[in-house]
Design a protein around this ligand. Structure first.
Ligand SMILES: O=C(O)CCC(=O)C(=O)O
Length: 306
């Protein structure tokens, strides 16, 4: 018998990881990021976490108490694109989701320390369940950007593909043995995949800030839940040309090049303008007027006296 080739061992490893994902709903992908990639991603993500997004400054979005959101992370650093197109991950996703799967969302957040169970047990509802004749497949890829020693991602092994995803009350899972729960305490740079129909949550308590990204992969032809259409959650990916050199045809498909299925022309978020937004806008304009006035007056004084 001839010695196994590099390609054999790659496929064998990827198939073994696929089997684990298929059986338990969750699997860790070893060595998905190099230390240099991780450091660069951490820097880029950290820059976005420095301040709230406002006017001409990029930053995080804050619509809830315990999380700072960073959307569209594929813009931020090459590593965020490379991990989505990692050969082992593609091999697994092709098998699990079928050849037409795409990356449909790439975002991350900083979770703030709290003892509140604000992101409890659930399966991710994303497709139109009334129209669905099956439990549609979706995989999330999780990337830890900080060491996670508390508030880890939790997943009930084997709970995937049992029913349409929904919120799950604590009482419904009270008899699940601890040994069935994957508590993903892991160092920064860890990457894992999970089937989002399985029951999962952000663990409590969160004792220190945690930074993590979650990517979403599914078949873009599946009809979305209306709420996700209204919020434009699965908008075409926002990409950065600097990171797209030499992408293969398959990678272009995964990144949704040219796909307009979920594009909404002239989209406006159906959110009423708040008093805070109006006041901030008015204050900002007042500041611009003052600056302009001061510049003109000092210019005139300089011309007269100077
Ligand atoms: O932040 C976490 O650990 C939980 C993430 C989660 O529940 C999700 O992405 O659906």
């Amino acid at each position: 018998m001839s010695a196994p080739t590099k390609a054999d061992s790659f496929a064998e490893t990827a198939d073994r990881l696929f089997d684990e994902l298929d059986e338990t709903g969750i699997v860790t992908i070893p060595d998905a990021l190099s230390p240099a990639q991780l450091a660069s991603m951490q820097r880029a993500f950290g820059a976005r976490l420095k301040r709230l997004r406002w006017n001409n400054v990029d930053g995080y979005e804050r619509t809830e108490r315990y999380r700072h959101m960073v959307h569209d992370v594929l813009q931020l650093d090459q590593g965020f694109v490379d991990v989505a197109l990692n050969a082992t991950i593609k091999h697994i996703l092709r098998r699990y989701l079928g050849p037409g799967y795409e990356l449909t969302e790439a975002k991350g957040w900083k979770s703030l320390p709290t003892t509140r169970d604000f992101h409890g047990w659930h399966g991710d509802a994303w497709y139109d369940q009334a129209a669905a004749t099956e439990i549609h497949r979706e995989i999330k890829l999780a990337i830890y950007l900080t060491d996670v020693k508390s508030g880890a991602f939790n997943y009930i092994r084997g709970s995937h593909r049992k029913e349409h995803p929904r919120g799950v009350k604590n009482i419904e899972v009270k008899d699940v043995p601890q040994s069935q729960i994957a508590e993903m305490y892991r160092p920064a740079g860890s990457v894992f995949l999970f089937d989002t129909s399985g029951i999962h949550r952000q663990g409590v308590p969160m004792l220190e800030p945690r930074q993590a990204c979650f990517y979403n992969f599914h078949d873009p032809e599946v009809k979305l839940e209306q709420e996700n259409v209204d919020s434009y959650r699965y908008h075409p990916l926002i990409l950065n040309a600097a990171f797209l050199g030499g992408v293969s045809e398959e990678d272009q498909r995964i990144l949704g090049f040219g796909r307009t299925t979920n594009f909404i022309p002239a989209y406006e978020r159906p959110t009423p303008r708040t008093a805070i937004e109006r006041s901030m806008g008015a204050l900002h304009v007042a500041q611009l007027h003052t600056r302009d006035f001061t510049t003109r007056v000092t210019g005139r004084l300089r011309r007269i006296f100077g």
